[in-house]
Design a protein around this ligand. Sequence first.
Ligand code: AHR
Length: 502
Amino acid sequence: MATVKRASLLVDKSYRIGEVDPRMYGSFVEHLGRCVYEGIYEPNHSSADTKGFRQDVANLVRELNVPLIRYPGGNFVSGYRWEDGVGPREKRPQRLDLSWRTLEPNEIGTNEFVEWARSLKAEVNMVVNLGTRGPEEARDLVEYCNHPSRSYFSDLRRSHGYPEPHRIHTWSLGNEMDGPWQIGHKTAYEYGRVACEAAKVMKWVDPHIELVVCGSSSGVMPTFPEWESTVLEEIYEQVDYLSLHSYFGNPENDIKNYLAKSLQMDQYIRSVIATCDFVRAKKRSPKIMNLSFDEWNVWYHSREADTKVEPWIVAPHLLEDVYNFEDALLVGCLLITLLKHADRVRIACLAQLVNVIAPIMTEKNGPAWRQTIFYPFAQASAYGRGTVLVSVVSSPVYDSKDFSNIPCLEAVSVHNEQDSVLTIFAVNRDNKSSLEVECDLRSFNGYKPVEHSVLANPDLKVTNTRDNEAVNPRSAKLPILDEGRMEVILAPLSWNVIRLGK
Ligand code: AHR
């Protein structure tokens, strides 16, 4: 028999965590597997535009409303020569990409990608190679992209058919430089020094840019958080954001433990903030370091298959995780966690966008479709803009293999004052009981519920396919708000979006 547990949520519009930076809903496109080729770009596809970009994919990207896309890697960038990807296509070399053991044809490069992203109203977070290359190539790329004219690289861009500068605002100083797998892996001090010198000259070329410096490639690296502390000692005043990366999985097939993994993300963010503030205190600096969580997602389904992929081909099927319903629930918990830190996490990028650990999948010469994780991301991106409010949760708790005191109710609220909309994002982690949540919303006079959307499915392992998007949100009965109190029922193991408007 279905059981019901009780929880409560208190939200007051005066108690704010911070404004959501739209870049919280960023994404990531790497030259990896079929993300670029057969993903966003497939010139022979029936939906391709004159530039070869698939419009079925572009339309799904529009639904996600991503304001920022990190590019071109990832591990790929640490061996990338950006010059290979600009100028006449017939002169572009095909190269070995050592990071993923594939062939890179360089049909898509900086200019094509920036144009594509802009056509979808997204800015580019351009990553420079600090693996095999250094400050010189990084400043050259800033000059190529952002300098108007009358210098070697800006005139080169103009000669390639781009008279106007791209004016790229967000730049990243390499990728996961703490990882031994990285081409050009460095110690924290080596990286801190080279990143600082790159940052200086990049900002000398264009003082308007913002810079992201590499933190650890995950919170479980042995060098974490010493890495952050050493790197920031060298570069604190030159950069604007420190990066974080995390991937999660359920290889042990333990749903209770899996859904608690967002608590690990929460702890990681708290530790990075503490480390940034420690360096700030040491330096007597007035500057607050913000965070860029520029790789996050579920990644584990494809690991085994990837060991069997043939090397040295163009666009192999790599990192093609097929997501199930429980993955969508975890992605929901991760989104809530990021929002709860909106005061410091200004940028976040779901890794990645198409085919490679992605919300969108494609078939060559075939359709494109939404994976299960597409929906929590799309809904958060659509409704999670405004001010994040302190959401006081009182909930039954449970313990799992790696965590204790896990709240069954995971929730956060975002108030969009301009549109007079309050949105509550909530996950019920309990696998047996519904949660009856008593919401105290007494400061929202005149508001009434307008939507309760639910993502739920009795089969945790169900996936979306090209022919059947089995996992997609449904409308639930609207809760009643009476004298500032609203009671809402959350189904066992469900992602919920409850919106109230005037
Ligand atoms: O997103 C896939 C890979 O994960 C990226 O290339 C790398 O930065 C990380 O290890």
